[in-house]
Design a protein around this ligand. Structure first.
Ligand code: NAD
Length: 357
């Protein structure tokens, strides 16, 4: 087991690396010692900007510099190679979502980290919203009880310019609104509702000039017998944010809303018996279509909570709050939506080849 202070390396110096850097910088037991990017100039600029000593052009050079943790902030299909390299070097890994774009890839990553005896966490920082934790507690303490019906609605705006570089093709992005945005809300839905067993859905590309989907709708059945509907798009103007609604076996319903996109989820409806508490889902006076760097900036406190948990997991030698296995559940659901859309049939979800933790 490594012990603090943990030497941290950031792999990939694009938009989301700032969230990881800001989160690690305020953790006393961690020190960012290196960054790397295939664009070596970007690595140098990032190291300069944040006062980090090491700047490298590849993950192998970064690992050779000696780190205890790597944060993986690179495009989706590149996650596997970085995680496997870190595991081979016996370095703990915190990887951005989606864990991978294929289940077999996720399973190889989990197996490599298990064999190497390193911790493997995947970012789904929305689970750390206080309102999400409150909703989860209401399920566990019987206020909502076992969920019977759920809905995740992800109605977002993206400018055409968003779909540049690696975003927008099957090979380099792995999917569209489901893989990049709604995966967070699918993760929350399955965290609240349990194991999914069947998925029927459709995807289409209506407004953006991309290969991958900009719009999706699906129905998910859970092992408990509960069911949920998912609707998602990046083709909306203006951006209306995201909402998750859960009805429990007690008859109570809670709704969790993220508006504007990137803000803390708020409980906007709490209905139980004759009591109905509501808050406007879309309060007046908010600016629509805020830019991506503002959205990412607003996510920092929740990245910080999950990264704090990851460092605590190392100190306490326990599993991080969201492991590679946990993160695979949302990927399994959205890949089943793609398959169902292709075949026109419901997809039964096979149990993972990797045993549950
Ligand atoms: N958790 C969240 O809410 C959230 C938000 C935004 C992005 N993300 C995720 O973060 C990851 C990165 O997204 P982004 O928006 O920062 O992308 P980006 O394009 O802004 O940055 C990616 C960076 O990785 C570099 N890179 C590519 N391949 C590399 C490799 N093999 N080794 C080292 N560097 C490499 C690129 O040069 C680029 O600088 C994605 O998985 C994305 O889904 C998560």
């Amino acid at each position: 087991m490594t012990s603090p202070p943990f030497r941290v390396g950031i792999v990939g110096c694009g938009a989301i690396s700032r969230n990881h850097i800001e989160a690690f910088r305020v953790i006393p037991e961690a020190q960012i010692v290196a960054v790397c990017d295939v664009d070596a100039t970007r690595a140098l600029e990032t190291a300069d900007r944040w006062g980090i000593d090491g700047a490298y052009g590849s993950v192998d050079e970064l690992l050779a510099a000696g780190v205890d943790i790597v944060s993986v902030c690179t495009p989706h299909p590149t996650h596997e190679a970085v995680v496997l390299a870190a595991a081979a070097a016996k370095v703990h890994v915190l990887c951005e979502k989606p864990i991978a774009i294929e289940l077999e890839s996720a399973e190889r990553m989990i197996a490599a980290c298990d064999e190497a005896g390193v911790k493997f966490g995947v970012l789904f920082q929305r689970r750390f919203w206080p309102a999400a934790q409150r909703l989860r507690r209401a399920i566990d303490d019987g206020t909502l009880g076992r969920p019977i019906l759920g809905h995740a609605s992800v109605i977002l705006h993206r400018d055409p310019a968003y779909y540049s570089a690696w975003r927008g093709t099957w090979a380099t992005d792995g999917g569209g609104v489901l893989m990049s945005q709604a995966i967070h809300h699918i993760d929350l839905l399955q965290w609240f509702m349990g194991e999914a067993v069947e998925v029927h859905g459709h995807v289409a590309t209506f407004r953006h000039r991309i290969e991958v989907e900009d719009t999706a709708a699906a129905v998910v059945k859970f092992a408990s017998g509960a069911m949920a509907a998912i609707s998602a798009t990046t083709a909306a103007t203006p951006n209306l944010g995201e909402t998750i609604r859960i009805t429990g076996e007690t008859g109570a319903t809670a709704e969790l809303t993220e508006f504007p996109e990137g803000s803390d989820g708020r409980i906007t409806l709490w209905a139980r018996g004759t009591e109905i508490g509501t808050e406007p889902v879309h309060p007046a006076g908010l600016k629509p279509n805020i830019d991506l760097s503002t959205i990412n900036g607003q996510l920092i406190p929740h990245h910080a909570s999950q990264i704090r948990d990851f460092v605590d997991a190392l100190r306490e030698d326990r599993a991080p709050a969201i492991t590679g296995r946990d993160a695979t559940a949302a990927l399994r659901i959205l890949l089943a939506v793609y398959e169902s859309s292709r075949t026109g049939r419901p997809v039964r979800l096979a149990a993972s080849a990797v045993p549950a933790s």
